[in-house]
Design a protein around this ligand. Structure first.
Ligand SMILES: Cc1ncc(COP(=O)(O)O)c(C=O)c1O
Length: 455
């Protein structure tokens, strides 16, 4: 529907879309799991494929009328193979509706209830879909100060994955904030998992896929690499690829890959049948063919030379942000980044990430509070701030703009530091009169106007 028709039909939703557009245009979106999909990707997403039911796979559908969905899905798979340079015997499934579903489908395909999964500790940057539980007494808080590099969880099973499987988690080394692969090897030998998982939401360094594949092999486990965050960087060669090392690779399509919200699974050919069955009929109903249409467009974009340049600039921009923060005396987790995200531990400033993130939003910089290694806060009030460069880079911003952002960030933190430990409602009240935050928002808006987004 064209926007004039939408405006006429539903002015409420039209108004909300307009407001969201204005916000995205005038503020800096720095949540690392977000990006800005192109008009072509969004046109395909809003196409008539939204109307089609296509349970099953190409040539084996349960409903008629799938001539074009079959062609579309096969084209998507073909492009995926090219973009990720898949070995000839690897297989792709583009039907998972989201990243969490893709992961669940893999477990559904390859594990039995009660099997052991060894995955990354959630507060160190792992993902809920790799399992999460905690002891009753923690009341939603994290394990304050535990030095152990292994986490066995507790009776409060937060994620369905922890309800079905026995989840053991490995942490980063508390000093280096990096993975210690010798330690992970020992944990794997002790707990003998059926599956080892890597990948997460806030580990700023590249993962050693060679080491994890060899650990998995040694203990007879399958290795699933979740590259939700890094997929675009891997497609462009800006980060290393787990393809051919891991048994299964899962990822979301809307982060660094810059496609629609969705996900995909790539796997060794001998696992193909199990994986497909685990997605449908094992977990999902009809695939979102409009999403697959948009993903197919995004993969064409990812094959263009400009995408390689983009992905390398994403990394350069994040590294420039990290360097800027180090120079200003912030504690950058692990000392820097290899990819699109930067994690700051705000305990050095004497407070958590929650209130500063709110002040930064008011100043036009949208990012998120986040847990950090050796977390002592709670999930609602964690110690860190996480930010990323994908959207900034899509807008065409480069190193000089990253330096400006570090300056603005630092100004905001200094303005609100005296109030940062208040309860959030009190913080909002106490900082209401700091009009310099609004001045910064105006400066941010002026920069955004020089790097407009194409709606
Ligand atoms: C590593 C990782 N896996 C899985 C997911 C889940 O993706 P979705 O939100 O599409 O379910 C995310 C989302 O942030 C993620 O970062």
């Amino acid at each position: 529907m064209q926007s004039a028709k939408l405006q006429q039909q539903d002015p409420d939703v039209f108004g909300l879309i307009e407001s969201e557009e204005q916000k995205q245009q005038n503020k800096l979106s720095m949540i690392p799991s977000e990006n800005f999909a192109s008009p072509a990707v969004r046109a395909a997403l809003g196409s008539v494929f939204v109307n089609k039911y296509a349970e099953g796979y190409a040539g084996k559908r349960y409903y008629e009328g799938n001539q074009f969905t079959d062609k579309l899905e096969l084209l998507c798979i073909e492009r995926m193979k090219q973009v990720f340079n898949l070995p000839a015997d690897w297989h792709v499934n583009v039907q998972p509706l989201a990243g969490a579903n893709a992961n669940l489908a893999v477990y559904n395909s390859l594990l039995k209830p009660g099997d052991t999964i060894l995955s990354m500790y959630l507060p160190d940057g792992g993902h809920l879909s790799h399992g999460w539980s905690f002891p009753e007494k923690e009341e939603g808080g994290l394990e304050a100060g535990a030095d152990d590099q292994v986490y066995l969880g507790g009776s409060r099973k937060v994620s369905i994955v922890s309800k079905i499987f026995n989840v053991v988690q490995y942490k980063v080394d508390p000093k280096t904030e990096l993975f210690d692969y010798a330690e992970i090897r020992k944990i794997a030998q002790q707990y003998k998992p059926q599956m080892i998982i890597s990948g997460g939401t806030s580990y700023p360094r590249e993962i050693n896929y060679v080491e994890l594949a060899s650990i998995a092999k040694e203990v007879g486990a399958l290795y699933m690499s979740d590259v939700a965050h890094e997929a675009g960087l891997i497609a462009a060669g800006a980060n290393k690829s787990p393809v051919g090392l891991a048994d299964v690779v899962t990822f979301t399509t809307h982060k660094t890959l810059r496609g629609p919200r969705g996900a995909a699974i790539m796997c060794r050919g001998d696992l193909a049948e199990k994986i497909d069955f685990g997605v449908f009929p094992g977990l999902q109903g009809g695939p979102f063919e409009h999403t697959i249409a948009a993903l197919t467009v995004c993969l064409k974009e990812a094959m263009e030379p400009g995408f390689k340049v983009y992905a390398h600039q994403v990394v350069k921009n994040a590294q420039r942000l990290a360097l800027g923060f180090v120079k200003k005396g912030y504690k950058v987790v692990s000392g820097g980044t290899d990819k699109h995200l930067v994690l700051l531990d705000m305990r050095k400033q004497g407070f958590s990430g929650r209130n500063p993130a709110k002040a930064l939003d008011r100043a036009g910089i949208i990012l998120n509070r986040n847990s950090v290694p050796h977390e002592t806060g709670s999930p609602m009030n964690p110690s860190g701030i996480r930010m990323g460069s994908p959207v900034l880079t899509t807008r065409g911003m480069k190193e000089p703009e990253m330096d400006m952002i570090v300056e603005w960030f630092d100004r905001v933190i200094k303005l609100v530091a005296p109030f940062a430990n208040l309860k959030t409602a009190e913080f909002m009240e106490a900082t209401k009169g700091i009009t310099e935050l609004d001045d910064i928002a105006a400066e941010v808006k002026a920069l955004c106007a020089k790097f407009p987004l194409e709606f």
